[in-house]
Design a protein around this ligand. Structure first.
Ligand SMILES: *Cc1c(COP(=O)(O)O)cnc(C)c1O
Length: 367
């Protein structure tokens, strides 16, 4: 059996005629930049989330950068974020001129360790960016308390957690602003790069829309200098077709995760991912902690099973952040997990037969 890590084609075939029609519509209307398909998606997304503003942007990295710039983060500021994430979360902090300050992750849930945030707060700290990682929300309730106590801006990086929940609160609805990626492999994926920002703050929404479009709200009137980061019509049209299905897809991922966890139960060399009490995990990534991880990866590959590592190196341990002077021991959990974590194939279309094959092959490796 051959099991790919992701299978974007299966999803395309399930919606083929609607997607083909939507793409043809964009071309027919030459609505490539801005225009009705982008307006439609922004409206659909903000309705689905129940927020006042949605701003479509070129990708999830720009989304964070645009939000930080519009919030006035810059030189001399510090922004706290998780030591384990995709580099977008921290490189955008640096791009504004501010300094990323990393906090280790929680050993159970892989998200920022809320017990280690306060010790990193200084007089320069302006914002916290929790990452709702692998599809599970960080402890946003306690993070919000800390943000309020120290008067910090709260930006939720929801790139991996569209419509995840914690104690009835959706990812993205607690902070001042939340950012999303629609990279093709994300739970809600476009057919190229795409991203969005949501907020209930009118003034912030206006500033972000302006900054993302060359500092302009009205053609040829540039109030500030900005950047060019727009959601394009083709991506917006694809996303509007996919959006009504996201809850069903998330539920299938969750079901598949439960199946994996049941099938892997009892293998003592493997630890399956934990779900926070009261959380709806949407399993963008199903991440194990596995002994002899590298040998296991090789064995699975030989048996036709693709896996991935999200990510091989924690952010503070990357060459890009050596200038900050951290040591690997400063982030004991993240550093230890570099050699343990392993992501199994995960998508809504996975079959029971495929998951049984993965689990049996893992059992075979350890026996
Ligand atoms: C994917 C991702 C991003 C960036 O999204 P792009 O659309 O690829 O720019 C940001 N943060 C996290 C946690 C991500 O996983």
């Amino acid at each position: 059996m051959k099991i790919p890590f992701v299978d974007l084609k299966a999803q395309y075939y399930s919606l083929k005629s609607d997607i083909d029609q939507a793409i043809a519509g964009v071309i027919e209307n030459t609505a490539f930049i801005k225009g009705k398909y982008v307006d439609e998606f922004e409206t659909n997304y903000k309705k689905e989330y129940g927020v006042k503003h949605c701003i479509g942007v070129a990708n999830g990295t720009d989304a964070i950068y645009i939000a930080l710039k519009a919030l006035g983060i810059g030189v001399g500021d510090e922004v706290i974020t998780a030591a384990y994430s995709w580099i977008s979360t921290s490189e955008t902090i640096s791009q504004t001129g501010a300094k990323p300050v990393f906090v280790d992750i929680d050993p159970e849930y892989f998200t920022i360790d809320v017990n280690k945030i306060e010790e990193k707060i200084t007089s320069k700290t302006k914002a916290i960016i929790p990452v709702h990682f692998y599809g599970q929300m960080a402890d946003i309730i306690r993070i919000k308390e800390i943000a309020d106590k120290y008067n910090l801006i709260l930006l939720e990086d929801c790139a991996q957690s569209h419509f995840a929940e914690y104690k009835g609160i959706r990812a993205g609805l607690t902070g001042n602003v939340a950012t999303f990626s629609f990279y093709p492999g994300k739970n809600l994926g476009a057919y190229g790069d795409a991203g969005a920002i949501i907020t209930n703050d009118d003034d912030l929404a206006m500033k972000m829309r302006m900054f993302a479009n060359h500092g302009s709200l009205k053609k040829h009137e540039h109030l500030i200098e900005g950047i060019n980061s727009r959601l394009d019509g083709l991506q917006a049209a694809v996303l509007s077709v996919k959006l009504p299905n996201i809850h069903e897809w998330n539920n299938k991922r969750l079901e598949n995760a439960r199946t994996y966890t049941r099938l892997l139960n009892g293998i003592k060399e493997v630890q399956t991912p934990a779900v926070r009490e009261g959380a709806k995990h949407i399993f963008h990534v199903y991440c194990l902690r596995a002994e002899k991880r590298n040998e296991l990866v090789k064995f699975l590959a030989e048996k036709g099973i693709d896996t991935a590592i999200h990510y091989p190196t924690a952010l503070p341990n990357m060459p890009a952040y050596q200038y900050l002077g951290y040591k690997p021991e400063d982030f004991p959990v993240s550093t230890a997990y570099q050699d343990l974590i392993l992501s199994l194939p995960m998508y809504p279309e996975l079959s029971l037969e495929q998951m049984e094959y993965v689990a049996d092959t893992i059992k075979e490796f350890y026996s």
